[in-house]
Design a protein around this ligand. Structure first.
Ligand SMILES: [Zn+2]
Length: 148
């Protein structure tokens, strides 16, 4: 992947994307736009269990799927290959995720975009759900807390 693609996708705020190990795939038959991302290993990571900062051993990795949008497209899937580290205290922990707030499935940019769509008085919940490929139920549960 090149820097221009990262810029076009609005992901340039993340400074440690490993471009050589990242890839962009587009499947026209399903209209799926998938971005596979790996980060450079961050030397400043600390163990959330004991606070140690060291050169942690990498145990394995997991793929975290995150929904993203760019100015051109509403539905982009990021596959973040997230390392699992093992600390000297024996516990394991996951590489920090810079794309989204913990446990949420959308990047912050996409959540902001959805919120703006929900505030549009000309759009119903189901219009917004269609636009962003979400179920109406999930949309209501997920975004209800923002409207209070
Ligand atoms: Zn530890």
């Amino acid at each position: 992947m090149d820097k221009e693609s990262i810029l076009r996708l609005g992901l340039d705020f993340i400074k440690n994307i490993d471009l050589d190990r990242s890839d962009e795939l587009y499947d026209p038959s399903t209209n799926n736009h998938i971005i596979k991302l790996n980060l450079y290993k961050d030397d400043h990571i600390y163990c959330p269990h004991c606070g140690l900062i060291t050169n942690f051993e990498i145990r394995s990795s997991v793929v975290k799927k995150i929904n993203h949008y760019s100015s051109l497209e509403n539905n982009i899937i990021i596959k973040f290959y997230r390392r699992i580290f093992k600390c000297e205290c024996i516990k394991t922990f996951r590489e920090p995720n810079p794309f989204t707030e913990s446990k949420r499935k959308n990047t912050i940019q996409r959540e902001v975009k959805i919120l703006y769509a929900l505030k549009d008085i000309n759009k119903s919940f189901s219009d917004v759900a269609d636009e962003f490929n979400l179920s109406v139920t999930l949309l209501v549960i997920d975004f209800n807390s923002f409207n209070n």
